[in-house]
Ligand binder design. Structure first.
Ligand code: NAD
Ligand code: WQD
Length: 355
């Protein structure tokens, strides 16, 4: 059993990862300020993890930018089991919002990470899994994209993630003993197959998958497909969707690798290696849900690439695991969540209009 601090553990990816880690027998402290999540996700994942899990999960409500909150989180570990590793999910992730509010993104994503790393150093904890993003690759020249592709983000969100990657480079070069995995996620989607936990975006979803789910459940009228003239097989954009449970299991594998090998800085893509177009996602979701997903083709969205697909070979080799769940399962499990929780965890803004 390892004692792990999970920042942002109430969020979409954090909650699924926390469940996988509890099921693996670990002891967790979740530090979250619930800026984009609900404590209900933690209550439900405890239900899924079974009766003995409750004693292994401590919730520390707080902010990664505040030193006292971090100290409190480290101190919340069970007696005699200090935090050995941190999985750092906490952050802001909306590309459009980052263009409007760059200071907020640099503050939370870079400032928060810096504060967390200082706290880790003070505590003598030097094992970290960091949520990075395929957004670092910007407009990729080469698809599938290997980890060696140039880092050229094109928005403030991406810049802030690239800055944290750089900071981690500098830190691991400065002092021996750091064990760090920078995991670059492609497009995480789906939900736990129980439908009890899932993605609960506030307001109008920015991302394709939650938008499609909300159209299928009748919360929104139709999807706008951003561009039908991309140089792809059917003209719509192609992405590498990864089931959130595969992603969660990838975190467990990354942690096992870090803790069992010599100190190192690992940089890995987490994707399936399979590309799917927007229209394929629409068809797969309609089929999984049995509900129509009306859509209209509109202009391209600024900043989008035609295609973004991971080369997952290095992650498979270093972590000894591959993604197991395909698009049909992503849609099936996403629908299990959306249909049972049409308004997410119930935290949606009641003033928000539909359609
Ligand atoms: P999410 O918004 O659901 O989860 C982030 C969590 O962090 C939330 O629970 C939020 O309340 C918390 N948080 C935000 N600011 C905080 C702060 N200052 N202090 C403490 N907690 C704070 O997002 P997610 O989809 O689960 O993403 C998790 C991480 O993965 C993020 O760092 C994101 O940038 C990265 N990522 C996400 C995607 C994606 O498509 N979902 C893709 C690539 C990378
Ligand atoms: C997927 C495809 C759109 C919405 C974003 C971030 C990235 C990462 C994952 C955090 C594209 C099309 C979308 C819609 C559409 N997040 N689309 N209609 O842009 O690949 O990546 O989320 O790190 O940083 O940029 O994901 O889900 O927004 O779009 O046609 O209403 O769906 O054009 O082809 P994206 P997405």
């Amino acid at each position: 059993m390892t004692s792990i601090l999970i920042t942002g553990g109430a969020g979409f990816i954090g909650s699924h990862t926390a469940l996988v880690l509890l099921e693996a027998g670990h002891s967790l402290v979740v530090l979250d300020n619930f800026a984009n999540s609900s404590p209900e996700s933690l209550r439900r994942l405890l239900e899924l993890a079974g009766p003995d899990a409750e004693a292994r999960l401590t919730v520390a409500t707080g902010d990664i930018r505040i030193r006292d909150d971090l100290e409190r989180a480290f101190a919340a570990a069970p007696a005699g089991q200090p935090i050995e590793a941190v999985i750092h999910f906490a952050g802001l992730k909306a590309v459009g919002e980052s263009v409007q509010h760059p200071l907020r993104y640099w503050d939370v994503n870079l400032g928060g990470s810096r504060q967390l790393l200082a706290a880790m150093q003070a505590q003598g904890c030097r094992t970290l899994v960091f949520s990075s993003s395929a957004t670092l690759y910007g407009m990729p020249e080469q698809v599938p994209i290997p980890e060696t592709a140039p880092i050229r983000p094109i928005n403030p969100y991406g810049h802030s993630k690239a800055a944290v990657e750089q900071l981690l480079d500098d830190l691991s070069a400065s002092e021996a003993g750091w064990r760090i995995a920078r995991l670059r996620y492609f497009n995480p989607v789906g939900a736990h197959p129980s439908g009890r936990i899932g993605e609960d975006p506030r307001g109008i979803p920015n991302n394709l998958f939650p938008f499609v789910s909300q159209v299928a459940v009748g919360r929104r009228e139709r999807l706008q497909v951003f561009g039908g003239d991309w140089p792809t097989a059917d003209g719509s954009g192609v992405r590498d969707y990864i089931h959130v449970m595969d992603l969660a299991e990838g975190h467990r594998a990354a942690l096992d690798t870090l803790l069992s090998e010599e100190p190192q800085l690992l940089t890995l893509n987490l994707g399936s290696g399979q590309g799917h177009s927007v229209l394929e996602v629409v068809a797969a979701f309609a089929s999984a849900s049995g509900c129509p997903v009306p859509y209209e083709l509109v202009a391209r969205r600024p900043g989008d690439a035609a295609s973004s697909v991971a080369d997952p070979a290095l992650a498979a080799q270093r972590l000894g695991c591959r993604t197991r769940r395909g698009l049909a399962e992503m849609c099936r499990d996403g629908w299990a969540w959306q249909s049972a929780n049409p308004n997410g965890y119930g935290t949606a803004n009641p003033l928000e209009g539909g359609g």
